[in-house]
Design a protein around this ligand. Structure first.
Ligand code: SF4
Length: 306
């Protein structure tokens, strides 16, 4: 079917079913273009809390849809493709977290949003890449803070806070952002001398150390749009290029690596979105008792990020 016809059907189904579509910045451009809200984890979490829709289609990976379901236990939360399973979220086991808490009884637990609801039930607070540092600073239990599962974000926070950060697991990482090699970045800097480097804190520490601005996907878009400079080297998943060009059409963006693609984020297609709206399969349901406990650290994040 022609894309235009699919888009028309999606719009009609959305109206009929009082549905909204949330899409992460890394989704396919055609999916981003039909979404009601596009952003990083923070924007999508707020949108999930504020919506009066009866059905929420989440174009992102599994932990994002779970978070939306935690915040909307009485709504239909549907993933267009349940195969979009984030490997980073799978790296943190509740048992490891319990063990770390046992070893550090005075520590508070701050978890990256990229975790499953069950792990979130053990957290004092959660955070996104955009607010992790602010939240770590504002947590009132002092130090240390047990943080997981991304060591890139942990490095970013540790470097900028005086609080002791205990990272679990020691080698948690995003396999996509870790593909951005220091050599590629240095080569790109040589090819584009003087051009500012923006990037994501899920990148390796040595790549982060070369950046002029480090932030969430939404933070990178806002920074580039508002900056005086007209050119940027981008160390992030390449899906972000679409949003950057949309928000700052007069500027030029060079991806540090064209192969930095999160194939999981590209799984929802227009046809799958239409099917999700029509058939309402692949619904995400979080058991009520887990949802109630997982909601607590998310609400604390929202309080602390005000
Ligand atoms: S970019 Fe990395 S952290 Fe994000 S969904 Fe893909 S694998 Fe997971």
């Amino acid at each position: 079917m022609e894309p235009k016809k699919i888009v028309d059907r999606i719009e009609r189904l959305k109206r009929e079913k009082n549905a909204i579509i949330l899409a992460h910045n890394y989704e396919r451009p055609e999916v981003v273009d039909i979404a009601d809200v596009v952003g990083g984890s923070a924007s999508l979490t707020r949108a999930a809390l504020d919506t009066s829709a009866d059905m929420i289609i989440v174009c992102g990976v599994d932990f994002m849809a779970e978070t939306v379901a935690v915040l909307n236990p009485d709504k239909k939360v549907i993933m267009p493709d349940r195969g979009a399973v984030c490997p980073m979220a799978q790296q943190l086991f509740a048992e490891d977290l319990l063990e770390a808490k046992k070893k550090n009884p005075d520590a508070e637990v701050l978890l990256y949003m990229n975790t499953y609801a069950k792990a979130k039930t053990l957290a004092d607070c959660v955070c996104t890449s955009g607010n992790a540092l602010r939240i770590a600073e504002k947590m009132d239990g002092g130090s240390p803070i047990i943080f997981g599962p991304d060591r890139g974000l942990s490095y970013y926070v540790s470097k900028r806070t005086t609080k002791e950060i205990i990272t679990i697991p020691e080698y948690g990482y995003c396999p996509v952002h870790h593909q951005i090699a220091l050599e590629d970045l240095l080569k790109a800097k040589k090819e584009h001398p003087g051009v500012k480097v923006v990037g994501h804190p899920e990148c390796t520490p040595e790549v982060q150390d070369q950046m002029d601005y480090i932030g969430s996907t939404s933070g990178i878009v806002a920074y580039c749009r508002d900056a005086d400079e007209a050119e940027f080297l981008v160390a992030a998943e390449v899906g972000l290029m679409h949003m950057l060009k949309k928000e700052a059409p007069d500027k030029t963006f060079y991806p540090v690596s064209n192969t930095t693609v999160c194939t999981l984020m590209k799984m929802p297609t227009l046809m799958k979105v239409e099917e999700a709206l029509e058939k309402e399969k692949q619904r995400i349901v979080v058991p009520k008792e887990i949802a109630a406990e997982a909601r607590r650290p998310i609400e604390r994040m929202l309080e602390l990020s005000l």
